[in-house]
Design a protein around this ligand. Sequence first.
Ligand SMILES: C[S@@+](CC[C@H](N)C(=O)[O-])C[C@H]1O[C@@H](n2cnc3c(N)ncnc32)[C@H](O)[C@@H]1O
Length: 225
Amino acid sequence: MKSETAEEAPGTTLPDGFARVWGSFFAALYNPLLWRTERRGNAERRSRLLRGAGGKVVELGAGTGHNLAHYDEQVELILTEPHEPMARRLERHLAQSGREGTVLRAPAEALPLPEDYADTVVSTLVLCTVGDLEASLAEVRRVLRPGGQLLFLEHVAAEEGTRLHRWQRRAHGFWHGFACGCNTNRETETAIRDSGFRIEKLITDRLEFDVPLIHPLIWGRAVNP
Ligand SMILES: C[S@@+](CC[C@H](N)C(=O)[O-])C[C@H]1O[C@@H](n2cnc3c(N)ncnc32)[C@H](O)[C@@H]1O
């Protein structure tokens, strides 16, 4: 089943050069943009989610490293991030944190890791942005050992027929350009199930973000059977 609706929505394509320059600005803006959201509940939510992370942990699209503070000292951490300006910030944050970890410059669609490598894969606010959602989830299943878990925290499409859903479609092009490829209208829960995961914990929530399009939020745990 096709679980992606973004291409059907009106889109705006930024010229490559502009998108690159904007990408560097966006990486610099990312922490200030998320500051209120984290303080108003999202940092606590990350902490609750990541309490369950154990063993060899691979984080997708780790951004500037908002999750770093929430991992147990014992986990073996690989942070992946394909976007160079974000990856540089991530490396600085990791070094300042004083904890062990590796940063890999890689997209979720092509992780340079062997099959059955990880006990836990973490995706927070990333599956909205990956270029190919189905390929990313297939790759996550490939690197997770059988019985391994995907811990996710993702904003998703509003219910079809609602005003919010209509606005998500109308604003898609602008938001996709502004937020470097983010889609407001992905059916991520369906995509996780369709890729063969068994969802064992699922909470539907509201992200404390100032842009009202970025709702609802789903977070929880899916197991690689
Ligand atoms: C909204 S940010 C989330 C950052 C971080 N995970 C967090 O929770 O704050 C989206 C991240 O996904 C990264 N990204 C974009 N395309 C990606 C891809 N194909 N695979 C993995 N990460 C990707 C971006 O560079 C960015 O760091």
